[in-house]
Design a protein around this ligand. Structure first.
Ligand code: NAD
Ligand code: SER
Length: 319
């Protein structure tokens, strides 16, 4: 019989996604049952102050398994990672954190017979040979960034642990995530968040990709919903494990600027592409997520303008 999730560890909990996931998991499972961790601390964060907290370097397998045992963890949401732009600046760090970290989580899950592990993948798993429009679930995976290489390798490793050891591992290929709570941590899609901060703070933004750069994006409430819906899905209904495509918005940088202009008239954007343009050019413009819709009922709630209204409202209060 399937065992229930009761005691959760989140790695990378101070990051863009981990910080909001921690809050939602603590609401659902009780604060005392959700242990947040990261390699660094932030004494002002609700993640650190709102429940159990631990410093944890996921590249240290002894530290991972000791924490899992001592806290009687049965489920891990593994959010610790180095993202695409930081990865290109430091490929070895990206490889070590993303690969050793993922292997250590999977190995601990196997040894401790955990109930479930959630390990995200990314649209960075795709590359320039992949069809860009409505990118299929099963397609060519030849990424050109070290981050993308770790995401494809991570998917393969997760699937290996499912079929070889029977570990219940699940993962989604997140698009670029847009959110107001915690700034993004060094990715190519960071412009889609920065633009909202700058719209409020300065009324202008210099964007590091071209106006017509179209990438798949998703608002954080949809990201949290997708993550938890997949985590709750019946394992027997899943034909895939580590690599579900999930789509929400397919928008250009110019579309986001126009949407903001509806709420902040006169908002000015200039475009000065840097090295991240080359990364963006290798990623899809839209995603075929029909398998996620069929197998675990995925459906996004937010469109561009409703997201923009909510982002600007939240950021006005915060800034
Ligand atoms: P983030 O960069 O905001 O946060 C990652 C966290 O990991 C940081 O708080 C960092 O301190 C921590 N970390 C780094 N090295 C560590 C180590 N050795 N041990 C423990 N913690 C460490 O990332 P995010 O945006 O929250 O991403 C979470 C997951 O989602 C990652 O797997 C990422 O690849 C994936 N993802 C994110 C996006 C996005 O747009 N945010 C898109 C696709 C996939
Ligand atoms: N948002 C992430 C990045 O740009 C995609 O995985 O790196």
């Amino acid at each position: 019989m399937a065992r229930n999730i009761q005691r959760i560890l989140i790695t990378g909990a101070l990051g863009q996604i981990g910080s909001e996931l921690t809050v939602e998991l603590r609401k659902r499972y009780g604060s005392d049952n959700v242990i947040a961790s990261d390699i660094r601390s932030d004494e002002n964060s609700t993640v650190v102050n709102g429940g159990p907290w631990s410093i944890l370097d996921v590249t240290d397998i002894e530290a991972v398994s000791t924490l899992v045992r001592s806290q009687k963890i049965d489920t891990i949401f593994h959010m610790a990672a180095i993202l695409s732009a930081t990865g290109e600046k430091n490929p070895m760090l990206c490889w070590n954190v993303n690969m050793d970290g993922t292997l250590n989580i999977l190995e601990t899950a196997r040894e401790e017979s955990l109930v479930r592990v959630i390990i995200p993948s990314s649209i960075a798993a795709f590359g320039p040979e992949t069809p860009r429009d409505n990118t299929p679930q099963k397609t060519i995976l030849r990424p050109k960034t070290i981050y993308g290489v770790t995401k494809v390798s991570g998917e393969l490793l997760c699937d290996y642990y499912v079929q070889r050891f029977g570990v219940d591992v699940r993962g989604l290929r997140y698009p670029g995530i847009i959110s107001s709570e915690t700034p993004p941590g060094g990715g190519t899609t960071d412009y889609a968040v920065e633009i909202y901060y700058k719209a409020i703070e300065e009324g202008r933004y210099t964007c590091f990709v071209r106006r017509n750069t179209m990438l798949p994006m998703m608002y954080m409430p949809d990201c949290i919903k997708a993550t938890l819906d997949l985590a709750d899905a019946d394992f027997d209904n899943l034909s895939h494990h580590s690599d579900f495509n999930v789509g929400a918005l397919s928008v250009t940088a110019g579309d986001i600027a126009e949407s903001i202009s509806k709420f902040i008239p006169g908002f000015e954007v200039t475009y000065e592409p840097d090295f991240r343009q080359q990364i963006a050019d290798t990623w899809p413009s839209s995603i075929d997520d029909s398998l996620a819709r069929k197998e675990w009922g995925w459906e996004p709630d937010w469109d561009l303008d409703s997201m923009t209204a909510d982002m600007l409202e939240k950021l006005k209060q915060k800034l």
